[in-house]
Unconditional design. Sequence first.
Length: 573
Amino acid sequence: MDNFNPQFKKIGEILIHHGYVDAGQVNLALQEQKESHEKLGRILVKQGNLSEDDFVKSFASQLGEKHISGEDIMKASEDVVRLLSEDFCTENNVIALNKTDTSILVAMDDPEDLASLDTIRKLTRLNPEVTVAGLDAIHRALEKIYGDIRQSGEVENVLANISILSGDDGDQQELDLSTEQVSTDEAPFVKLVNLMLLEAIKEDSTDVHIEPGRKNISVRIRIDGVLSQIMTPPMSSLNGITTRLKILSRLNIAEHRLPQDGRMKIKTPDRDIDVRVSILPTVHGEKTVLRLLGFGGKKLNLTTLGFPESKLKIFRKWIKQPYGMILLSGPTGSGKSTTLYASLLEIQSEGINVTTVEDPVEYQIAGINQVQMHDEIGLTFSRSLRSILRQDPDVLLIGEIRDSETADIAVKFSLTGHLVFSTVHANDAPSTITRLLDIGIPPFLLGSSLNLVMAQRLIRTICQHCKQPYDATPEELERIQLSKEELQDIQFMHGKGCSHCRYTGYRGRTAIHEILEIKQPIRRLIFENANQEIIRDKAVQLGMTPLRDAGIGKIKTGITTIYEVLRSTVEDN
């Protein structure tokens, strides 16, 4: 035993020698290694038979190197860590720990990665010294330390690059946050709010949630439809953050018991963003939600919205009809407005008058007359629509049909030779029809006016930087209900997680669609006031693809995952 020299032994032998694993566990891991080609230690850690720290100790002894625990990596100096970029460290599994005048100490999971060591030498002009660390420990430390660096180090950039127009559209005062005079007491909250806004804009987020808890505030941003936590300030900062947001959105800073709604506009070098501010009293204090509206430099184009070629052809056919009604349905945040705006841009021309009635106006488009609702002064959907009828429009977009009066105007408008676009909150295309019947539209009017109903959802797409094949579980395969013949032709894909996608495996979103053309058999069912199940069955017979099946189509082409489709759609009975 005394003659055991780890530098002349295989890693499996070293682990067995120290009693970390037994021979049976190593043999099982070796069998899996033949298929996965992963390192033996990683397989044993993943199987739960070995702790990462024990593997690191054994691996370091085999190489004759020093090792460091996950707990000690967290003590790395921020000033040294920032000498290497986050992307470089994440991609090469390395983190800088400490330095002298001539050398830099780095932790790596593979100390024999000479290419990375050479790059570190060139980047820092220091001689790298290596200590061995676990892969998971390195990634945890990178996420924590670079997160802290972002929160502290980017504040100056925020102040230099963002300004805010506070208050309503009619009475907005620009606050240049780089020069604004604030008291010493207010300054930390100004910086904190600016940092939240910067992170949300940088990640192309749609919402910011500032939620008070018992001990901390949770700040989460919605990225690709899913909330992700970005910071947890102490509860002592809640009043300062909320007051700052109330000042920016011209709300009553003395009122803490009632909900309040306001707005402001953020100006950045790239784009202007409308922000809707909602404040709601909760048991732990006031919760604030910021809704960010504005698509920046994105091109609004039907060809980039996820339509398969066959569905795009159908949709284009109906939006180019001279009259009738096109309805989009889906929950909040399902991309309905984006699709409608792209449709308007496609049919827009000098020869037609396009008018919209919206609450709020999300994207401002040149050449289109857009009317913003103001319920507080009596400018409602129905009142605006009655006036717009006298404005000689050819195409009308109604932001949402939410009551019988608006629905009645939309239907009659489409029956008198005009093309009407609108949205309805419903679960799918057939239930959109029954929803309109429920709010009082006579079946003969609805059947005569409808051209097309389309339900839509947004699903996350797999990150292209870490996309890789994987074997779906039996449970997943059972839920998507594909035949053996179909399964033979599919290579299931997922994202393993990387710095480009915040380790979620997803980056960006695409839409899936359920298109119901109002052909004569469907029109007849509407006249007969048929229920949605009968309409659905007939629509599927006539070629409608349900949302779940549309999602499965995206799985087959490697665009998204089984999990994402199951999360976003319901099973068809």
